[in-house]
Design a protein around this ligand. Structure first.
Ligand code: NAP
Length: 553
């Protein structure tokens, strides 16, 4: 193996979140000179940034942790079934420290551009600190929800109180006592915040444009004895996750929806509603995701549960979605969200009836009047999945930008490569197996596959790889086909690329963001590609292709 002196790194990984942490571990184990460039001041990605009250997993904690290290599994004690942000960030630091990964990470380094240098077949990267770096392989581990979007409403800058997007909730403690707080949005994030802060603030006003279906999280503590039981079951837990569509422990009910009576269905739902986590969503009949009638029935059931928990019937009706059915998008899990609206100090403002006109110096003005606040919280979502790619000037062959290529909708090969963008990998890219599943389960598959592909590259003394156009078209067509059978295609959510605050992402146009075929099918497909010597990928070892893997520092 030879070395190439004009390379700063053999591989640059962008992003030190859940995916980037595992990716750098695998690269360092290979003996590759690699680094992680992270825009934030420290590692953790989602769990570094989202510090809003109530931020926690909707995956069972022990299915969210990494599975690759027995040491980690043996040593880490999850304290809650659905662990909160501070603990989750601690966990990621624990993993990084355990394997001394921090020395391979550079913080406060926002990648501004990554341009493929065609003559040398290398990536030229510009970093916000002014440096220019070169690497052969670029791995983008950017995270799915890391570009927060503020509402496109006039006057946001005029507000004289404190305000922030939930993603940028201050790192220091915020004293909410006696504060008049406005929350804009009722997505999964707002639903966690509202449930958590309703009894801690002076007054809480929630601005809802469209309601979301919700279900109780049913969180609980995990005692040391329970943790021992979980540890003893880890192999079984990860095996189950590997065979379920979403990478969770929850397995769909194998009985056909129409094979059982309505009474039996309601019996099942009564039981699932009170179980932890996504049980009511993912241990349900499979038809609820694809069959309008089945979906209408579960929606009617959940609507009744909402009516049973919200005292004011008018408010209850406002909290029940009418434009989409239960479970056609990821279901926000809540703790006391619905009950918050039974409190004297909480009010719901339906801005579908009385729209927000502007933010003022003192609060929010709707068509119905002014609401004054000390704090405004924007829980207004993200430019999901492709947003973080769009924020970097990424150029492949012939100067093509990724942003232009993906303008209408992303196109990829296996969600991990893009034709026209050689030597680029995305273990958790759009249309990959990570985007719609229990994220760490998905990224471990993605990172393992990307790493093994690089091993193949080096073992065969190759230095260039690129998905063919044909392979990319085939995969993207498959992704599109998977959408066509899901009711999800009709919902306005980030799974279909909807975000009213981003140009080109408005309602009515589907962007094919995620792979809906489920974990087992995805894993079988990527394994098959590898088994066939990475069919669909063009390799070469032309000029500039010496492939010494430079040993780590
Ligand atoms: P979101 O689901 O996109 O919700 C954004 C909310 O803001 C929606 O209610 C939206 O209303 C509202 N909104 C946006 N722009 C607005 C405007 N200009 N005026 C008024 N309202 C506006 O975002 P999110 O709540 O941050 O959740 C995103 C994803 O993050 C979730 O689907 C989930 O996958 C993930 N998440 C997971 C957890 C967890 O438990 N692990 C927690 C939080 C989030 P419209 O619907 O009308 O656009």
């Amino acid at each position: 193996m030879r070395s190439e002196t004009n390379l700063d790194y053999e591989v640059v990984v962008v992003g030190a979140g859940v995916a980037g942490i595992y990716q750098i571990k695998r690269l360092i184990d290979m003996g590759i000179k690699a680094t992680v460039l992270e825009a934030d001041a420290d590692l953790g990605g989602t769990w570094y940034n989202n510090r809003y009250p109530g931020a926690r997993f909707d995956s069972e904690s022990y299915t969210y942790g990494y599975s690759f290290s027995k040491e980690i599994l043996d040593e880490w004690h999850w304290k809650e079934m659905f662990s909160g942000q501070p603990e989750n960030l601690k966990y990621l630091n624990f993993v990084a420290d355990k394997f001394n990964l921090r020395q391979h990470m550079q913080f406060n380094c926002r990648v501004q551009s990554a341009i493929f240098n065609e003559s040398e077949e290398l990536w030229d990267i510009k970093v916000s600190d002014g440096r220019e770096l070169r690497c052969r392989v670029l791995i983008l581990a950017l995270g799915l929800l890391s570009q927060p979007t503020m509402p496109r409403v006039e006057g946001v800058e005029d507000f004289q109180g404190r305000s922030w997007h939930t993603y940028n909730w201050p790192h220091e403690q915020v004293d909410l006592r006696d504060q008049r707080v406005g929350v804009v949005g009722t997505g999964a994030t707002a639903i966690q915040v509202i449930g958590e802060i309703a009894d801690k603030v002076g007054e809480l006003t929630v601005f809802q444009r469209r309601p979301n279906w919700v279900a109780p999280l049913n969180n609980s503590e995990i005692s040391p004895a329970q943790m021992d039981e979980i540890r003893a079951r880890y192999d079984e837990i990860f095996e189950t996750c590997a065979r379920t569509p979403g990478g969770f422990e929850h397995e769909p009910d194998r009985r056909g929806f129409y094979e059982v009576s309505q009474e039996e269905r309601y019996e099942l739902w009564d039981q699932l509603y009170d179980e932890p986590g996504f049980a009511i969503w993912l241990r349900n009949f499979r038809e609820i995701f694809t069959d309008e009638e089945a979906n209408a029935e579960i929606s009617a059931y959940v609507a009744e549960r909402i009516r049973g928990r919200v005292e004011d019937p008018e408010v209850a009706e406002k909290l029940i979605p009418k434009d989409h059915g239960f479970g056609v998008q990821r279901v926000p899990m809540e703790t006391g969200y619905l009950e918050a609206f039974n409190r004297e100090n909480v009010q719901l403002v339906d801005i579908s009836e009385t729209p927000i006109e502007r933010v003022t110096e003192t609060g929010i003005r709707t068509s119905d009047g002014d609401y004054d606040f000390d704090i405004i919280v924007y829980a207004t979502g993200f430019d999901a999945i492709t947003g973080s790619f769009d924020h970097i000037d990424i150029r492949g062959r012939n100067g093509m930008t990724l942003k232009e290529k993906w303008f209408d909708s992303p196109t990829t090969f296996l969600g991990m490569m893009v034709s026209g963008f050689p030597n680029l990998l995305m273990p958790s890219g759009p249309q990959s197996g990570s985007a719609s599943t229990n994220y760490p389960r998905g990224i471990e598959n993605g990172v393992d596959w990307c790493t093994e592909m690089l091993e193949y590259l080096y073992d065969n003394e190759l230095g260039y790889f690129e998905a063919t156009e044909e392979a990319e078209s085939r995969w993207t067509e498959h992704v599109v086909k998977m959408y066509s059978v899901m009711l999800m295609r009709k919902a306005q959510s980030w799974f279909t690329g909807y975000n009213s605050n981003v140009d080109g992402h408005e309602a009515g146009k589907v962007r094919y963001m995620v792979y809906n075929g489920g974990t087992p099918k995805y894993v079988a497909t990527i394994a098959d590609v590898a088994d066939k010597d990475y069919e669909g990928i063009r390799f070469s070892n032309d000029a500039h292709m010496p492939v010494e893997v430079v040993t780590a520092d």
